[in-house]
Design a protein around this ligand. Structure first.
Ligand code: NDP
Ligand code: OXD
Length: 321
């Protein structure tokens, strides 16, 4: 019997999201199953049982009448949730140790960069100025992580082991050894008040859109050795009010920001973020999804599903993540 086809829709545009690269990895792991790279493959839409997608265009997935499962090739599903015609089949997201480790690398790199005054030290190097400022210990700084899910929890654990005080904020109550846990709107302010470096690893949902804004930046702790609080956002651009971030950097409400995600991607060339002296900018590559790892992850999930097993990491469509 023919295996139901897997349609591959990848509209990322950057090197890691080269459609051909993903197609060759899926071909290698989907033995006996046709892998159709859209939009070019010629096929009967009724053959498609599975879709593996990154930023599909709204309406694209509704074209498959026999679709059984949608696999998002990343962790965040906001682009899919915005598609009103999204077929009502299970939507699986990425939650694997490879991606988690990559994000933890990014978070640790940027927390350390601000904690160890790297922007100042690089500036001193360029000016050939031998002028070290005194350095405080990690234990003098509280890192507050918004989103204590797959990614936030791992980053919190590693930061804790580096000696930082770590607080986390989630939707539901949590208990994590060595992490001060806060949840919900009621505990948001208490979480912000003790946070010196704010790391955002939230999903973008109607509840979290523009949550990173001036009134919340003003509640962050201003009495740490850093002088002014720092923002690190690797969640989604839609979480941040970009005009507020720029104004808060300029008036000292924020001392610095590491940004990986933006309201418009690619970031337009005329964005003030590119040249801002207190912004450390990366092009949405905090944690790439690796085609080798993720094609295997999807192929295993399909095999298990066809053998009657349960899918893992299915998105709760009511919550939006
Ligand atoms: P998870 O779903 O595992 O975790 C999400 C966390 O956010 C949970 O702790 C959840 O709370 C919390 N949360 C959600 N909504 C709210 C809310 N309204 N108030 C308070 N807390 C809330 O997601 P991941 O950790 O896997 O990924 C997080 C995000 O990171 C992705 O959605 C994606 O946008 C982004 N990402 C960015 C990448 C990049 O390269 N820049 C790469 C990969 C992901 P609770 O635990 O109570 O449910
Ligand atoms: C993701 C991403 O959501 O890379 O996985 O942004």
């Amino acid at each position: 019997m023919n295996k139901g086809a897997l349609a591959l829709l990848v509209h990322g545009g950057t090197e890691n999201w080269s459609p051909q690269r993903w197609k060759s990895r899926f071909d290698a792991v989907c033995e006996g199953r046709p892998v159709l790279l859209l939009p070019d493959a010629s096929f009967d839409p009724a053959e498609v049982h599975y879709a593996a997608v990154w930023k599909p265009h709204p309406g694209e997935l509704a074209a498959f009448p026999n679709l059984r499962v949608i696999f998002n090739l990343g962790a965040g599903v906001d682009a899919l949730m915005a598609d009103r015609s999204l077929p009502n089949v299970p939507l699986v997201r990425v939650a694997v140790t490879d991606l988690t480790a990559r994000m933890t690398e990014y978070v640790v790199l940027h927390v350390l960069m601000h904690h160890r005054q790297e922007p100042y030290l690089r500036e001193s190097q360029r000016a050939k100025r031998w002028a070290p400022k005194s350095q405080w210990a990690a234990g003098a700084v509280t890192v507050g992580i918004m989103g204590l899910g797959t990614l936030g929890a791992d980053a919190a654990d590693v930061l804790k082991r580096l000696g930082f005080r770590v607080a986390g904020w989630s939707r539901n109550p949590k208990t994590v050894d060595g992490i001060e846990c806060f949840h919900g709107e009621q505990q948001f302010e208490a979480f912000l008040q003790r946070t010196d470096i704010l790391v955002c690893l939230l999903p973008l949902t109607p509840e979290t859109r523009h949550i990173l804004n001036r009134p919340m930046f003003e509640k962050l702790n201003r009495k740490s050795p850093l002088g002014a609080p720092v923002l690190i956002n690797a969640g989604r651009g839609g979480l941040q009010n970009e005009a507020d971030i720029l104004q808060c950097l300029d008036d000292g409400t924020l001392g610095g920001a590491s940004l990986d995600v933006y309201a418009t991607e690619p970031l337009p060339v005329d964005s003030p973020f590119w040249a801002h002296p207190r912004v450390v900018l990366t092009p949405h590559n905090a944690a790439d999804t690796d085609p080798d790892e993720i094609s295997k992850y999807v192929a295993h999930q399909i095999e298990r599903f066809e053998a009657g097993g349960a899918l893992e990491n299915v998105v709760d469509r009511n919550r939006g993540y």
